[in-house]
Every structure is written in C-alpha cells, then in structure tokens.
Write a protein of this length. Sequence first.
Length: 321
Amino acid sequence: MLSRRGILALGALSLLPLSALAARPRVRFVVPHPAGGPLDLTTRLIADAVGAKFEKALVENRPGAGGTIGMRRVARAKGRDTQFVVGSVATLAVNPHLFADTGYDVKRDFRPLRLVASMPNVLVVRPAFLKETGVQDFRGFLDWLRTQKAVPYATGGVGSGAHMASVLLAKTFGLDLLHVPFQGAGPAQHSLLSGRTTFLFDNLQNALAPIQAGQLTALAVASTKRSPHLPDVPTVAEVTGEAFDIGTWYGILGNAALSNEDAALWTERLRTVLSDAELRARIEKTGAEVADLEGEDFARFIEQESAKYAEIVRFSGAKVE
C-alpha cells in the first residue's frame, strides 16, 4: 500500500507530461531540407524574430526524398500545433512534374502565406580549372564545353535548382553534360572544390562565402539582372543573348486547414518581422533578396514557376517513381 508521500509523488509525475505539453511551443516551421543550409538559416532567423515579437516557434528539419517528406508532414498535419512548411522552387514548382507521386498536391494541400526570399543561381568553377584550361570567362567556358563530352556537373539532387539550371544550359547551348547528384548543396559544392566535378550552378546564398574567399570563381549569374553582391559577374543572357532565368526562392505556407483568420494573422506577423530592417539586412547579407509577395500573389507566382519548370523537367527526362 502506497504512503501518502508516494501518492503525492505519483500525482506529481502524472502532471509532468501535461505541464510539458502546456509549455511546448504551439508553432513550428518545418524545413524539408537538412539543417545548416541557406533556407534553414533564414527560417531560423524568422522563427527567432517571431518568438521575440509574438510567440515561441520551433524549426523542425524533415529532409529526404527531394523535400517530399517534410511537405507531406505539413500537408497531413492535425492537432493543436500550428505548422507551416518552408516550400521552395524544388518542392513547389519542380517536384509535381518530377515525381510520379509526391504525396501532396500544392494547390489542394497548402495555403501560401508569404514568399520570403529569392536569389539567383550562379555558375561557379574552381580557380585551378581556369588555369588548367585557359578559360577566362563565361563565353570561353561555353566554347570549352562544346569541345567536351559528358562533362560532370554537381547538383544538390535530382530536381534541385542546380539540376534544372544545368539542364537548361545543355538544352539552350547544345552541350553534352553528365549529371552527378548529391544529397544537398553542401556536398555538391564540396565535390566541386575537391575537383570531382567541373562546375556547379549554386544558389548565391551557398556560393557567396567561397567566392569571396577565392575558393570558387563565378562565371555567370542565371537571372535577368546582375546581383549586387557580384556586380562584375555578367548574366548568362548578357553574354549569349539567350533568355536564362533560373533562380532559387522559398516561402512559407500553411496547410489547407488553416482558417482565414489564422492565415490573416500569420501573414501579418510575417509581414511585421520581415519589415524589420535589421532582419532584412541579415538575410540579404547572405546573398538573398527579401521578397514581398503574399497570399494570392504568392499562389500565382507558384503557378507561373510550375509552368516554367514543367518544360525543363520534361526535357531533362528525369522521373522519380
């Protein structure tokens, strides 16, 4: 038979899960990619700002299967938590055309709240490659590529921005390239630095630091205008006259069950934190440009990007069953 002290101890233990549950943050931002990347970094800055101004928010990394695992998690989310997913060009505009079944439907399962940031992809090579080949600029690089067979290029995986940009490069200029996919932008960049691959269309957030350190050389920017971070690096279109706009972007979406009231509340909260000059400066210092599209405007942007990438995915011949 339990003593009075034992009964009180058991009572206290039984209350611990409820206390822990009550103290647990209700809000979480799900990142469908590994921790440590540019998208993850920006999300953590936003979550910290939300926590400081409104209520504590967690960042949860759910990588795998090209981002589909994290996307499915939020699409199917139920319960007391408010869950958002940080969707990107890969998970929102490429995967629907790449995967036989992503396990989610962009229009049906999600409610776009805010496009957070965008940045160009930049074609980078090792400085040693330039010395070995005599290539001096992007035009010279294209001329060199035309003389080669199966030139290996690195990407962060099938369907990544680097993959799509490289496919478009091959299609536009008639090149023979060999896709070497890795699990994320970090390993892809490492393969280039180590000389295992020849070039990489890296997103500027990931490439800026090694470019500034002299570890990589930027030959061209895959956007409609030059980046203020790389003012001396031309766009592909400037050099060739061919339209070439393959950027990286990401934004925050709730699942379809998010009420109109909560959607308005969180859109306003995101607008508030992203209007903070210090936070914008921290994000933009990494190479990104803070975006301002919200709600229906963000939804239309996703549709436009999806239509663009449908053609590139078709040309690539890539398919994930």
